[in-house]
Structures are given as structure tokens and as C-alpha cells.
Design a protein around this ligand. Structure first.
Ligand SMILES: *Cc1c(COP(=O)(O)O)cnc(C)c1O
Length: 453
């Protein structure tokens, strides 16, 4: 047998060289996948060389999200200190439900949550948890809001029309979650946005009033810090006034850009955040940790207990509830997602996290400037966003993005706002430099000059 740690090192070195030399892997079509790579599971064990070769060919063909050619989604890059923490979490293999089983790892999770609560001006009774992603953080927020509105729902189920509100530019998880919590997708009201994709507080107020007149029960408003396509920030201050007036739970979905709380220059984008009832951040997006690292905090921790704790004698046998994190989480067994953020935060400091965030805005600025200075491009996005949306010449965005991918040039996606379709480049990989951004546009221009689109 090859020593696994030696093999691991060899494979990682191979990955890193592939990332440099073939940053966009040759695409294998789905119908050829099982022929091209040895994925077969057999009764007999694989011999060492076959095992290693299979892993190498899998690595070769897997999209390289840490490469300088990856702009496709809202994550990317690889920050070593965060990776170190995640590798350790795998080796330690704790489950976060009790202090008995996770020990100081519980303290690691709690201190991160405490710092985030303090930073956003939540009171001492605030607390939070790590969820398996931003969609699940939003799900937990809707559940807490539902149970605060009517605690009986937990036992009796939903028997009345409960309505929730989110902007038309918000993440699709809100509609899915409306179905999961039993109120139904039809009860989601899509609130209009202004031209920048920010929710209109006036339209929110009108919708709520209309629903109240119809006898519905408005119970949840979702605002977004960094909408998925344009990267827009809803006006939390204005929206919170509407929520306060009608006593509705306000959640701020900061999965994409909630990490602006770490930046003195950009935290004004979430002004009013202290008026929310819950808030979520994906550290695997703007803070650059490996997937997934999603934080949910609630202004009053009693709502976490009210919605997520179940007594279980076989599990909770020692220590007080505050250190038995299973009482406030969606799952039972739960992966340690906190350590990777802690190793990063500990090593670079809060000031280092600020630099990570600020650099992304700097890169976006450079990209927008480039577009503004080159007449072949049309810009669709606004300042203070790390999503840079544009079109090149008259090439349809989907055609351009797919061709770039199939010719192994760049990984970048497209999106739309209202009736406009465009390329959406995200500068969420903080390890990128100015020349990488310029190179991105250069690659497109050279490719289009020779390709037949
Ligand atoms: C990415 C994103 C989510 C979902 O987060 P996952 O971790 O992918 O589940 C939710 N809301 C917004 C605004 C996002 O950008």
C-alpha cells in the first residue's frame, strides 16, 4: 500500500500544477464521462497504480475553482490558513452536537458567533449556529420567524395563510424554504426593486397592507446583502422600519456579501443591520474559506431553542445547554465548519479579514473601469458590488460563456436582470491581482477575435 499522506501530497502537487497549467480543464461531455474516466466500482479492490491513476484523471478533469480563470460562481480561490483548518477538522472528525464529543471545538464555534453578534450590534442574548450553507441559514431563519409568529405551528401545523416577503432579485432558496416550512410557495410575495436591484420599501409596505386586509398573516421579510446576480444591497434601515411597524421578523441574507461587516469602508452597505432579527453570512464566499462555512445569528437566542431544540436523553448527558450546540442546530451529527474560519481569522486577524473583503471591491472597481474605458463593452452593474455584469460586442452572454468554457478559456457565468441578459463576472477570489482581471478581458477579446460566434 502507498502511504496515504504521501499519496495525498503527491495528488495535491499534481492538482496545483494542473491549476496553473490547465486552469480550465478540458470539458468531458456527460455522455462520455463513464468511458473517459475510470469511475467504476467493482467487487475486487483496485490495485495501487490504478487507484492513483483514477484519482489523477479525476483531478485533471475537475473544474479548478481556485485557478485564476474561475469567475463562475460566488466563491473561488484557496486561502491556505483556512484550508489548514478544514483539513484538521477532517482529521479530528468531531461532531458539533455536544461538548463531550467536540470539546474546545465548541468554544471555537461559539467565539466566532459571539464576535459576529457583537460586530453587528446585537445584544448579549444573541447567539447563532453554523448551517450547511446559505440556503439552510435562510431556512432556519424562516422557521424561527414562523414559530415566533405562532408557536403552536410546531405541533399543529400551518392552518392559516402566512405570507412572506422578499425582493424579486433575491435568492431562490426563499421560495423553496416557503414550501419546506409549510406555508407554501404561493405565499411568497416578490417585492419590486429599483433600477439597481434594491428592494423597494414602499412596495413592501403596500404588499403587507394588502395582505393584512385579505386576512393573511405576514410573518417574515427577507432582505439581501449582495443579491445573487447584481450584488445589490437592500436598504436595511428603511425595510426595518416597515417590519417594526407590522411586527414582522426581518432576516438579512448576507450569504454573498454579508462579510462587508468586516470592512470599515463597506459596512455602511448594511446600515441598520442591528434592527434585523437574524442575519447570515457565507464565509465560503467573501471570506474565502473552503465550502461550506455558513453562519446564522439570531438577535434573541430563545428563538433558536424554540425552533431547534428537542430533548434527547441519549445525546445530552453532560454539560450545560450553552455548550451543547445540538440544541440550536438543524442537524444531529454536524460537521465542524467553524475551525477553518477560526484558523483564518486567528492567523490574519480581523484586520486581515477586512483586507480580504476590501481587495474584492478593488478588483471589481478595476474590472468596471476597464469596461467603461473599452467601447466594445456594455456595463450593467453598479458601484459597491463585486458582481461585474457586462456584454461584449453584440455576442449573447450565454453563447460567449458557453464557448469560453468549451474551449477551456475561462469559467464565467451569465445572468439577467429584468429583460437584460449579461455575463456576470465575480471578483470573489481575493487572491487575484490586477493583472488577472486585465487578463480576463484580454482572454475574451483574443478568443472572440479568432472564434466563430
Ligand atoms: C449563495 C447564496 C445563497 C445560498 O447559499 P448556499 O451556501 O449556496 O446554499 C443564499 N443567498 C444568497 C444571496 C446567495 O448569494
Amino acid at each position: 500500500m502507498i502511504n496515504d499522506l504521501e499519496l495525498f501530497n503527491e495528488l495535491v502537487e499534481y492538482l496545483i500544477s494542473e491549476e496553473k497549467n490547465n486552469p480550465v480543464a478540458t470539458v468531458i461531455s456527460t455522455d462520455a464521462l463513464y468511458d473517459k474516466i475510470d469511475l467504476e466500482l467493482k467487487n475486487e479492490p483496485a490495485i495501487d497504480t490504478d487507484f492513483k491513476n483514477a484519482l489523477k484523471s479525476i483531478i485533471k478533469s475537475t473544474p479548478k475553482t481556485a485557478s485564476t480563470s474561475f469567475y463562475n460562481q460566488l466563491f473561488g480561490g484557496r486561502i491556505d490558513r483556512a484550508v489548514l483548518g478544514d483539513l484538521l477538522a477532517v482529521m479530528l472528525n468531531n461532531s458539533m452536537y455536544t461538548y463531550k464529543v467536540a470539546g474546545p471545538q465548541v468554544g471555537i464555534e461559539k467565539i466566532i458567533l459571539k464576535r459576529v453578534c457583537d460586530m453587528i450590534g446585537y445584544p448579549k442574548i444573541a447567539d447563532g449556529t453554523f448551517a450547511p450553507g446559505g440556503s439552510m441559514s435562510n431556512y432556519m431563519a424562516v422557521l424561527m420567524a414562523r414559530d415566533r409568529y405562532n408557536p403552536k405551528v410546531r405541533d399543529e401545523g400551518v392552518s392559516h395563510k402566512m405570507t412572506l416577503y422578499t425582493s424579486e432579485a433575491s435568492h431562490y432558496s426563499i421560495a423553496k424554504n416557503a414550501s419546506f416550512v409549510g406555508v407554501g410557495r404561493d405565499q411568497v410575495r416578490a417585492i419590486k426593486t429599483n433600477d439597481k436591484g434594491e428592494m423597494l420599501a414602499k412596495d413592501l409596505e403596500n404588499q403587507i397592507t394588502k395582505d393584512l386586509e385579505l386576512g393573511c398573516q405576514p410573518f417574515f421579510v427577507n432582505a439581501t446583502a449582495g443579491t445573487t446576480v447584481l450584488g445589490a444591497f437592500d436598504n436595511v434601515e428603511q425595510i426595518s422600519k416597515v417590519c417594526k411597524k407590522h411586527k414582522i421578523w426581518l432576516h438579512l441574507d448576507g450569504a454573498y456579501c454579508g462579510s462587508v461587516i468586516f470592512s470599515n469602508q463597506y459596512k455602511h452597505l448594511v446600515n441598520g443591520i442591528e434592527h434585523t432579527d437574524s442575519f447570515s453570512i457565507n464565509a465560503h464566499k467573501m471570506l474565502g474559506t473552503p465550502l461550506s462555512c455558513s453562519i446564522l445569528v439570531a438577535k434573541d437566542k430563545k428563538h433558536l431553542y424554540q425552533s431547534f431544540s428537542n430533548d434527547a436523553e441519549y445525546l445530552y448527558q453532560t454539560d450545560d445547554d450553552a455548550f451543547n450546540l445540538g440544541k440550536t442546530s438543524l442537524q444531529c451529527g454536524r460537521r465542524n465548519d467553524a475551525l477553518k474560519l477560526w484558523t483564518l481569522w486567528k492567523s490574519v486577524g480581523t484586520n486581515g479579514l477586512e483586507k480580504i473583503v476590501d481587495h474584492m471591491f478593488d478588483l471589481a472597481e478595476i474590472a468596471r473601469d476597464y469596461i467603461k474605458n473599452h467601447p466594445d463593452y456594455t456595463l450593467y452593474s453598479f458601484d459597491d458590488s463585486i458582481s461585474v455584469c457586462f456584454n461584449y460586442k453584440t455576442i449573447p452572454a450565454n453563447v460567449l460563456c458557453t464557448a469560453l468554457y468549451q474551449h477551456s478559456k475561462l469559467m464565467v457565468g451569465f445572468g439577467n436582470f429584468r429583460d437584460q441578459k449579461f455575463v456576470r463576472m465575480v471578483t470573489v477570489n481575493t487572491l487575484l491581482q490586477i493583472e488577472d482581471i486585465i487578463n480576463f478581458f484580454d482572454t475574451i477579446e483574443k478568443f472572440v477575435a479568432t472564434a466563430d460566434l
